[in-house]
Design a protein around this ligand. Sequence first.
Ligand SMILES: [Ca+2]
Ligand SMILES: [Ca+2]
Length: 182
Amino acid sequence: MKRVMGFVAVCAFALTSGLHAQTLVTSGTYSGNGHQYYIYDAAGIDWASAQAFATSLGGYLATITDAGENAFVASLNSSVISDQRWLGGFQPQGETNPLANWQWVTGEAWGYTNWGPGEPNDAFGPGSEQHLAIGLYSPTSWNDEGDLSHIRGFVVEVPEPASMAALSIGLAGLLGLRRRRK
Ligand SMILES: [Ca+2]
Ligand SMILES: [Ca+2]
C-alpha cells in the first residue's frame, strides 16, 4: 500500500508540475557578481513551484540585494515583456504586517528594496500577498503578490557559471544540434 501511495504521489507531482510549462525566454550574466540570470515564462505558476524548478537547475529564485543587480534583472525582464515575475523573497505564512519579516530564500540579509508605489500592501487583505514579484508598475519595481493570474513567470539566479543549470542547458543545446544534424 505504501508503494502504491508513493507511486500515486509521484504521478500527482508530475501532473501538478506538468501544469506549469516553463519556457526560457532570455538569460544573462551580471558583471557585478558573475551570477547567471534566467527569465522564464510560466503564466500563473505559484511561487513554491517556481522555487522548486529554480532549485532543480542548481539555483534559486533571484535574490536582489543592490540597485545594480535590480537594474540588470529589470533590463533582462523588460527586454521580454515588462510584467510580473517571481523573485526569491517571501514572508512567513501568517505574517499579516505587509512590511514585516521579508526574507530571501538564500538567507542573505534583507536590506535593499525597490517597492513600487504603495507596496507592499497585502492588497487582498492581511497576509494575502506573501511573495515577491518584480515588474508591476515598471520593469524595476517590486510588489508583494498573491494573485497568480498576475504572474507571467519567474527569474532564476545561478551563482556558479559551470553549475548544473548551465551544463544541462548546454547539454540540451548540444543534443538538439546533433538531432538537427542527423
Ligand atoms: Ca504580505
Ligand atoms: Ca501588493
